[in-house]
Design a protein around this ligand. Sequence first.
Ligand SMILES: NC(=O)c1ccc[n+]([C@@H]2O[C@H](COP(=O)([O-])OP(=O)(O)OC[C@H]3O[C@@H](n4cnc5c(N)ncnc54)[C@H](OP(=O)(O)O)[C@@H]3O)[C@@H](O)[C@H]2O)c1
Length: 310
Amino acid sequence: MTVEAAKIAGSKILITGPTGQVAAPVIDAWAGQAELTALARFSDPAQRAALEGKGVRCVAADLADRNSLSDLRDDFDYVLNFAVVKTDSFDYDLAANAEGLGRLMLHCRAAKAFLHLSSTAVYEYAGHAPRAEDAPLGDNHRSMFPTYSISKIAAETVCRFVAHQFGIPATIARLSVPYGNNGGWPWYHLLMMEQGMPIDVHPERPNLYNLLHTDDYIEKLPLLLGAASTDVTTVNFGGSQAVSIEDWCAWLAELTGLQPEFRDNPAAFGSLAIDTARMHELIGPTRVDWREGVRNMVATLSPQLLKPGA
Ligand SMILES: NC(=O)c1ccc[n+]([C@@H]2O[C@H](COP(=O)([O-])OP(=O)(O)OC[C@H]3O[C@@H](n4cnc5c(N)ncnc54)[C@H](OP(=O)(O)O)[C@@H]3O)[C@@H](O)[C@H]2O)c1
């Protein structure tokens, strides 16, 4: 590993999208050791109160709104952009996900490092081939989230432009499939199995991804911040093991006795396995074995579904 981890303890850190699936466990891990500020629209006041109860300063802002950063301080050591919006409006989503990111970077341009969470949804579908960072981009997630891939690609471009233009060290991490004891895609699949709902999969089976456990990404985030550069470091971010929807559902079946019903759908995302070479070189391999991670997820969220001894 060539990267020195950013020091989280004692640092002033801005986290956008703090109430989301991915950022919430990071807040829990870092609250108390770092000086955390959280930015979101906070449409649900209870979520803001819960964060404030953890000692996190909250700033209500809509990243799509050009004037909404006026109450935000600008002296952060590190900024992590987890905010994302997925409506059917291209205008709103591009304004929030792409333009809003640019304004945020300009506002916080004194930061030592900026980490933008992107997605492997930026890659064009290419069968089972693991996607390296220079693989062709495409509108991968259109069938479920019409604006998502395009606005994530636009956000990356804005991130690079602002970093290059203003000399801001940045990393773009293309996240695969995050999961853990707070849920994630395998959790939705378990709920679908419980309800007897069919699970859409691309007909070119198996549908391969790189499940990334919360414990692993919390450990790697300081390294991704450490990897930031004014050239902008773009890196895939997933578990070191590739695993398919079919395999994690088969494991869920073994743990619970519930059976998945797969339905071929050519419009399903399809395999998005990542080439892990650059990730391993920069931040090293991940540690959580996916079977263990998925078992712990079920034991935490639905212990009643676990077969005795599973
Ligand atoms: N979850 C996944 O499976 C997955 C996979 C690959 C990549 N990613 C990436 O990981 C990051 C986090 O995703 P997530 O799944 O945790 O997202 P999420 O659960 O949808 O949460 C989104 C967060 O962004 C905030 N937000 C939404 N619109 C906003 C706006 N206009 N202004 C300010 N804040 C706004 C939301 O709070 P308010 O609504 O209160 O504003 C919330 O805190 C994103 O970059 C996403 O693209 C996620």
